[in-house]
Design a protein around this ligand. Structure first.
Ligand code: ZN
Length: 147
C-alpha cells in the first residue's frame, strides 16, 4: 500500500504532461512504515535516454538516483519508489519496467493521453520478479497545504 497526498499526485500528472510525448520519471521520497510506503515528496529527474527511445522506456541514471537518495537521507527520509509516465499507453508497467524493477519499491505509472494525464496507478513487484501487483493508493497527510 502507498500513501500519497493529492498534491503529489498532481505533481506527477503535471510532470507527465510537461514531458509529453516523452516519458517523465522521478523518485518518490518518504518512509517505509509497517509495509506501507508513505510519500512526503516527489523528486523529478530527467529521462536519461536518447530522444528516440524516450517514448518507450524510462531510465534513471545511477548518479541521479544517488543524488536523490542523498537528498532524501539529508532529510531523514528514504527513496520509497519511482514514478514515470506512459505517453499514449496504459498505466500498467511494461515488460521493460518489470525487467528493471527492484523489490519493495512502489512504481507509480501515469498514462498521458494526447498530452493529458489520465489513469494513474501504483504497482509493486512480486518478490520472485514474475509480475507487478497493483497496490492501493490512499491519501496521505503530507501535502504541503496541511502544514
Ligand atoms: Zn514504463
Amino acid at each position: 500500500m502507498i500513501e500519497i497526498a493529492d498534491e503529489h499526485l498532481r505533481e506527477i500528472r503535471a510532470h507527465g504532461e510537461r514531458d509529453y510525448p516523452f516519458e517523465c520519471c522521478g523518485l518518490l521520497i518518504g518512509r517505509f512504515e509497517n509495509g506501507r510506503k508513505v510519500v512526503s515528496e516527489t523528486y523529478a529527474i530527467s529521462n536519461a535516454r536518447e530522444e528516440e527511445a524516450k517514448r518507450n522506456r524510462f531510465l534513471i541514471r545511477p548518479e541521479e538516483l544517488m543524488r536523490g537518495e542523498k537528498y532524501a537521507r539529508e532529510k531523514g527520509l528514504d527513496v520509497v519508489g519511482f514514478y514515470h509516465s506512459h505517453p499514449d499507453d496504459r498505466a500498467v508497467p511494461s515488460k521493460y519496467d518489470l525487467d528493471h524493477a527492484w523489490p519493495s519499491y512502489s512504481y507509480i505509472v501515469v498514462a498521458v493521453e494526447k498530452g493529458h494525464a489520465a489513469d494513474l496507478r501504483s504497482w509493486e513487484m512480486e518478490a520472485d520478479r514474475s509480475r507487478f501487483n497493483e497496490e492501493e493508493i490512499t491519501p496521505s497527510p503530507f501535502g504541503r497545504g496541511s502544514g
